[in-house]
Design a protein around this ligand. Structure first.
Ligand code: 6PG
Length: 504
């Protein structure tokens, strides 16, 4: 039979995307180098659908895969970023893929690789990219999709992507639930909107992940403040997080943190989290976001700090050794009222830090947009992150509204709503950061966000002295606020008269 879509790569994400596509009425020809994965998805599809004929056809080669599809072929890749994507592309060429066939890369490819691949393969096929967010459950029941590349390819992909994507009620920004195999959701706004030319979608997904790193780290710092600062148990922390999850901090990451903290294992029912080694892994997207922010010269300290926090965590042996050598402050014990205040302050601190992390991510995308001439629609990006993806949160509705009010917004902190939120919560944020400093608990993300906020709202930074230092040792020149813009000056620091000259 002839299928709508060819699917390559049946790992956790791939398998669930296939089942999602099948639920939405698309027929699929599936291929994986590991034949047991092909058999696995067919079995699961039959079991879930209750149909005697599978909605998924298994293929044993690239050639068979192509022969099972309607031309022009539409092929979805769910393979690890990097060399595997190139390998599959080459194999498809070997199998006779045609120039008007479309290949969609759904992995977390580095955006510059996507740009290069689109060019490299343009005579062989159309490479389209569409990163997927939402983990395995998202892939199965509605992910957020960030499509980019050929506008023609998008016209073919759009109805499929809109069918399988997560959906939200556009007015409230609330996700529309879909949790069972066989369920489909036809109403609501799909979390799949065209982002821009090749590379733009992967860039936006990269920044999504950078924000994800920051968001996770901020929650983890709050956890450590409660665990080490107040000596609370995992259950007590879960109760606090569950309460926070009912307010402006409502988010998927907060929700799963509650579930994780409550999970107990073994005969003595130890909280699992107390048994997990404190060394964080990473696959690169957060690092790429931080690198890109440095390259573009736009500050994203909270995102970078989240990457560093993972790096520091990986030096377990060093930390264990240092913990016996380096001293911290005396233990502080708080009374009941002080504990309540500590918790309230921490809530406001993480809410404020979270706003700053998103402000950094959106400003980074704005700079990248200018640099690469992409014309990103920030309200639309915030909209597709309202459901399906890992950073989905109630507060993405407020970000959507901020960019709808002003599509040209330079920085989220300048939006009226967010400026007021930060102004309202800043004193608690400051107290929480000082609590962490006095207690010796690291809060790099939360503190870096406060420093970011204070730098952004500071009309005069000490960079005047910095410029003078640069001029002193390297004749790097400086501008003057009492002279016309653009004119450069240098002081002959090494001469006794230290006379000043105008350069250029
Ligand atoms: C998503 C996630 C997903 C993946 C991250 C994890 O949006 O669904 O971001 O893409 O889980 O890449 O990254 P690390 O392994 O680097 O934490």
């Amino acid at each position: 039979s002839v299928c709508d879509i060819g699917f390559i790569g049946l790992g956790v994400m791939g398998k669930n995307l296939v089942l999602n596509l099948a639920d939405n009425g698309f027929s699929i020809a599936a291929f994986d180098l590991d034949i047991s994965k092909v058999e696995g998805v067919i079995e699961q599809d039959k079991a879930e659908s209750g149909l005697s004929t599978a909605r998924v056809i298994g293929c044993t080669s690239y050639t068979e895969l192509l022969s099972r599809l309607k031309p022009p072929h539409l092929i979805v890749l769910s393979v690890p970023a990097g060399a595997p994507v190139d390998q599959v592309c080459e194999n498809l060429i070997g199998a006779g893929i045609q120039p008007d066939d479309i290949v969609i890369d759904t992995g977390n490819s580095l955006w510059v690789d996507t740009v290069a691949r689109e060019k490299k393969y343009k005579n062989n096929f159309i490479l389209f990219s569409s990163a997927v967010s939402g983990g395995e459950v998202g892939a199965r029941f509605g992910p957020a999709l960030m499509p980019s590349g050929s506008p023609y390819a998008w016209t073919r992909i759009k109805p499929i992507w809109e069918a399988i994507a997560a959906k939200v009620d556009d007015a409230t920004g609330k996700p529309i639930e879909r949790t069972k195999p066989g369920d489909i959701v036809t109403e609501g706004e799909p979390c799949a909107a065209y982002i821009g030319p090749a590379g733009a979608g992967h860039y936006v997904k990269m920044v999504h992940n950078g924000i994800e790193y920051a968001d996770m780290q901020i929650i983890c710092e709050a956890y450590q403040m409660l665990r080490d600062g107040l000596a609370l148990s995992s259950d007590e922390i879960a109760d606090i997080f569950a309460l926070w999850n009912k307010g402006p901090l409502e988010s998927y990451l907060m929700e799963i943190s509650v579930e994780v903290l409550r999970h107990r294992v073994g005969e003595d029912q130890t909280p699992l989290v107390d048994l997990i080694l404190d060394k964080a892994g990473q696959k690169g997207t957060g690092l790429w976001t931080a690198v890109s922010s440095l390259e573009l010269g736009t500050p994203a300290p909270t995102i970078a700090q989240a990457v560093y926090a993972r790096s520091i965590s990986s030096f377990k042996d060093l930390r264990v050794k240092a913990s016996t050598i380096l001293s911290g402050p005396e233990l502080i014990t708080l009374d009941k009222n002080e504990k309540q205040a500590f918790i309230a302050q921490l809530h406001d601190a993480i809410y404020s830090a979270k706003i700053c992390a998103y402000a950094q991510g959106f400003q980074l995308m704005k700079l990248a947009e200018k640099e690469h001439d992409w014309q990103l629609n920030f309200a639309s990006i915030a909209k597709i992150w309202r459901a399906g993806c890992i950073i989905r949160a109630a507060f993405l509705q407020s970000i959507t509204e901020a960019f709808e009010r002003n599509p040209e917004l330079d920085n989220l902190l300048l939006d009226d709503f967010f400026a007021k939120q930060l102004s309202k919560h800043q004193m608690n944020w400051r107290k929480s950061v000082s609590n962490s400093a006095l207690m010796g608990i690291p809060t790099g993300a939360i503190s870096s966000a406060l420093s970011y906020y204070d730098s952004i709202r500071c009309a005069v930074l000490p960079a005047n002295l910095l410029q003078a230092q640069r001029d002193f040792f390297g004749a790097h020149t400086f501008e003057r606020i009492d002279k016309s813009t653009g004119k450069k000056y240098h002081v002959n620091w090494s001469t006794p008269t230290r006379d000043m000259v105008e350069i250029g």
